[in-house]
Design a protein around this ligand. Structure first.
Ligand code: AQP
Length: 338
């Protein structure tokens, strides 16, 4: 029996997968699926952290599942499932909530960023509680599977650290129950930036559709978005995220899709202007997206996908249930067990 290292990760079903999610997460999953035992889920429980329309949520989940497979995840190698179909996630989430502090949750940068957006003269009145506590559900998503690594974009690194802290704390308080997970961050593209404001991360739930590229965008739309992406007036294709964030972001996108280094991309565009540069970035993004969309259209309504999801959830449940039981025994929740 081969002994592969294990990875687990998920993407929140708040919208359609963006090029940022693809480069920062899915592309790595696909590249690593031969080497690792992988559990990848659609994070639908995380998607209700902030209010979301019911129909939109349903569509997001269905489309995300099809996109996972369309991007190249192979159901024979990766277990793909929907988070809410493995009930152990929420149960362990509660146990972790009771083993964390308000102070450590308040320090999370994503909470600070997202809660400031909804803060009003009413203070904390309108901040959804889930925004504060979702890192604990995320910690449960991870710790249930004893992964060696969690592949994430840079923005999630702090949540992985929180996960490790809670796991260590509980291991020493109750006895060894969790493996301490490492993170896996891609060398290139771990933070793809917003096309309109390249000092911010590209996000699928942004109010401005021009700021992100969705994997299901119409190709004409993609072209418009890249052509109107904010750059600078220097007309020199050079990687300098501090001084040239817009150009550097496009260089990163191009390098990641072409599987080449930043230096190789810089040298390729050395004598080309921004017009030529943007044309080539557009072409490489459109080539990628159109092949994903072709697969997606075949998979969207396929019965096979349903079958793969069921198999994925069964495998996930098997592992998650054993882990949850172990935790419950060690904590004293299963009163009959010693
Ligand atoms: N811009 C990005 N660049 C690189 N990686 C990214 N990820 C997200 N955005 C980028 C990575 O994608 C995975 C799934 O993320 P998520 O959807 O669960 O949460 P998120 O980080 O909050 O992503 P979004 O798109 O910004 O979602 P919303 O708009 O709902 O908040 C993670 O590995 C993440 O690092």
């Amino acid at each position: 029996m081969e002994n592969k290292k294990r990875m687990v990760s998920g993407i929140t079903a708040t919208g359609t997968i963006t090029l940022g999610n693809y480069i920062g997460a899915i592309k790595n999953f696909v590249e690593l699926q031969d080497k690792f035992e992988m559990y990848i889920f659609v994070a639908n429980l995380h998607a209700i952290t902030s209010p979301i329309d019911k129909l939109k949520l349903k569509n997001n989940i269905k489309s995300m599942v099809a996109l996972y497979f369309a991007c190249g995840l192979d159901p024979k190698k990766v277990k793909i499932f929907i988070q809410s179909e493995v009930l152990e996630h929420t149960q362990l989430g509660w146990i972790l909530t009771c083993n964390s502090t308000l102070g450590e949750l308040n320090r999370m940068t994503q909470f600070k960023d997202k809660s400031t957006k909804v803060k009003s003269s009413n203070g904390t009145e309108f901040i959804p509680t889930g925004l504060l506590t979702y890192p604990l559900l995320m910690a449960a998503d991870i710790l249930l599977y004893d992964p060696d690594f969690v592949p994430v974009g840079k923005d999630q690194k702090q949540h992985i650290e929180l996960t490790r802290n809670i796991a260590e704390r509980m291991n020493s308080k109750y006895g060894e129950m969790f493996k301490i997970p490492g993170d896996y961050i891609a060398k290139i593209g771990s933070k793809i930036m917003d096309l309109q404001d390249p000092t911010k991360k590209m996000s699928k739930s942004s109010d401005n559709p021009k700021s992100y590229i969705s994997l299901l965008d119409d190709l004409k739309e993609v072209e418009k978005k890249i052509k109107s992406a904010v750059t600078d007036s220097e007309n020199i294709v050079k990687y300098d995220p501090e001084k040239k964030p817009g150009v550097s972001n496009l260089i990163t996108i191009y390098s990641s899709i072409k599987n080449q280094t930043i230096e190789e991309t810089e040298s390729y565009f050395k004598d080309k202007d921004y017009g030529q540069f943007k044309n080539e970035v557009t072409k490489c993004v459109c080539d990628l997206i159109s092949s994903i969309q072709e697969n997606y259209n075949k998979l969207y309504d396929s019965k096979e996908v349903e079958q793969w999801l069921e198999e994925g959830a069964n495998s996930a449940r098997f592992i998650a249930n054993k882990k949850l039981n172990k935790v419950m025994n060690l904590i004293g929740l299963n009163y009959k067990r010693k």
